[in-house]
Write a protein that binds this ligand. Sequence first.
Ligand code: E4P
Length: 242
Amino acid sequence: MKIFIDSADLSEIKKYMSWGLCDGVTTNPTICLQCGVTGGKKGIHARAEDIVKLISPHPLSLEVTTDDPEELLKEARAYAKLGENIAVKVTITDREGNSLLPVIHTLVSEGIRVNVTAITTFNQAILAAKTLESACRKASSIKFPHYVSIFAGRISEEQGVERAFKVIQDVRAWLDLYGYSNIEIIVGSVRSPENIEYWGRAGAHILTIPPSVIAKSLQGARTKETVAQFIEDSQKSLKKLR
Ligand code: E4P
């Protein structure tokens, strides 16, 4: 399973790259704001440019800021120019529930990598996968995986963590059964170490995790106390070994 860092913080991303823990990055305007990005769309663009360079060839998923199909196409095409490792995050529907699959089909047909996002059900995931797969065949460009992002945290806020687990598990089984080897599941809206522990076993290809949750996940109930005891014991033993 791959781990993506859900952030726009360059130093955090750099840190987890150097630990070998970062297989990619996901971000969105809200995360950019929390990470101190300023300057509107230009600011997001500039930060994305820095992340793309920093993590290349690993992918950066960057979310569009509109649900208007025409504007969305324009913005996605501009993002795609940032680098080969950009995946444009597009929500599966607009805010009224109208399908954005036609836009997604167009982008993928043009050879742009897409991360279909805000998915909360099995049905949405398989419909998105079909669109991605058919557009890939049209473009005859299977250079890199496309993504379906299941927002497990948001599913569990409404329907519980088990429901989120089941959606991830069923989508993975379906992708494998029908040979969708070019589509990967990203599990998003991970909020706690317990989420990683549970959903990390559901069959996702990727978990995208905020740096704060990775930091918490390094802590175990008795780890610090155990290390302190090890050091103390070692020093006592070393003295006697003289
Ligand atoms: C992942 O791609 C998303 O950026 C992220 O996980 C957002 O989730 P949230 O808006 O539910 O926190």
